[in-house]
Design a protein around this ligand. Structure first.
Ligand code: AQP
Length: 328
């Protein structure tokens, strides 16, 4: 069976962008691909974080993976730092990573701007760690949102550079993008992000979701209820397309253009459909959160299996590089 790999950082509550742009797609692909899904804690430490929150966040992410439909019989779920080979391969790949390539990375530039007081080397070499995360498992495909496409291109560059230097070994994985490849945040401008506080948490209640939607930015030119709006520039409308039946969102668009309905009405319709779609996931989040031992077992089992695959790769890589002696 073909394999795929992906992960999410435990930098905060998983949100609709992570769910629609990543996890929902992973679940859909499980019929075709065996999955490696990890919780990306080593990446999460490249920005300032609250130490006491890290473990609860890791467990929350595992709960949310399971509740979203990741079936442990079709994939393995593990924590990145439980597999030491990730950091060991990163060092090796660092030696074939051109600094200039890292300097081009959009996410690095954005994060450096966002965290001016903490521009650390980990933030800079993040894409090399990501390449190691991926290449260790030889996946056929990596399903991600649009923001990760550049990093994936670099992964392929590093695979080629390693192969050119040490012999054909790493496979170049293809990028699989979901339909919802870039969900905008509630500010209607930037991508929905945990750290930008413009997100709807996956585990938000129906009331919290409606409240967050009511505060979302819509067409900036529609200032009064009586102004006609333009759904084509409205983020609420783009979300409608993901949750509301077509006939109903087309009617919303029509009524918006002639000021037949106001933004509040339109948002309430969206909230109703969004909540209907997410209620089963939220119920499963509550159920898995009450089964902590089960979740920990899933992560332990995942780490065991991941370590087996990753250590085999690492040994083969070191052998190709002349780093293993016959007495080892
Ligand atoms: N807004 C989004 N739209 C579509 N896909 C998204 N993803 C994230 N945000 C969106 C996809 O989710 C996966 C995991 O992302 P991540 O949490 O590891 O890193 P991120 O992209 O940096 O997510 P955030 O929320 O923006 O985290 P912070 O704020 O901590 O940096 C990836 O496949 C990503 O494409």
């Amino acid at each position: 069976m073909k394999t795929m790999l992906s992960g999410i950082q435990p930098t905060g509550d998983l949100h609709l962008g992570n769910y629609l742009g990543a996890i929902k797609n992973w679940v859909r692909l499980l019929d075709e691909y065996y999955g490696y899904f990890f919780i990306v804690d080593y990446h999460a430490i490249t920005i300032p974080y609250d130490v006491a929150s890290m473990q609860p966040r890791i467990l929350d992410a595992a709960v949310e993976y399971l509740a979203s439909g990741l079936d442990p019989s079709k994939c393995i779920i593990y924590v990145q730092s439980h597999v030491p080979a990730h950091t060991e391969l990163t060092w090796i790949l660092n030696s074939v990573t051109p600094i200039m390539e890292l300097e081009r990375m959009t996410q690095y530039k954005d994060k450096a701007e966002q965290h001016k007081e903490n521009i650390n080397a980990g933030l800079f070499t993040y894409p090399t760690l990501m390449a190691a995360d991926i290449l260790l498992y030889h996946p056929d495909a990596v399903p991600v949102g649009e923001d990760q496409v550049q990093h994936l291109e670099l992964t392929r560059v590093l695979a080629r550079k390693f192969n050119a230097r040490y012999g054909e070994y790493f496979k170049e994985p293809k990028t699989l993008m979901s339909e919802a490849k870039r969900i905008l945040g509630l500010d209607g401008k930037r991508k929905m992000s945990k750290s930008l506080n413009n997100h709807i948490p996956l585990k938000a209640t129906a009331e919290q979701t409606e409240k967050l939607l009511l505060g979302a930015v819509t067409d900036p030119d529609r200032k009064r209820r009586s102004d006609p709006g333009n759904p084509d520039v409205c983020n609420i409308y783009s979300l409608h397309k993901l949750f509301t039946p077509a006939a109903e969102y087309e009617e919303c668009a029509k009524q918006c253009r002639c000021a037949g309905i106001g933004c509040v009405d339109c948002k309430k319709i969206l909230a109703k459909h969004m909540n209907a779609a997410l209620t089963p996931v939220r119920e499963r989040i509550t159920a898995y959160a009450a089964k902590k031992d089960f979740v920990i077992d899933v992560l332990r089992d995942g780490a065991k299996k991941a370590n087996e695959v990753a250590n085999k790769t690492l040994r083969e890589v070191k052998s190709l590089m002349g780093l293993i002696a016959d007495w080892q």
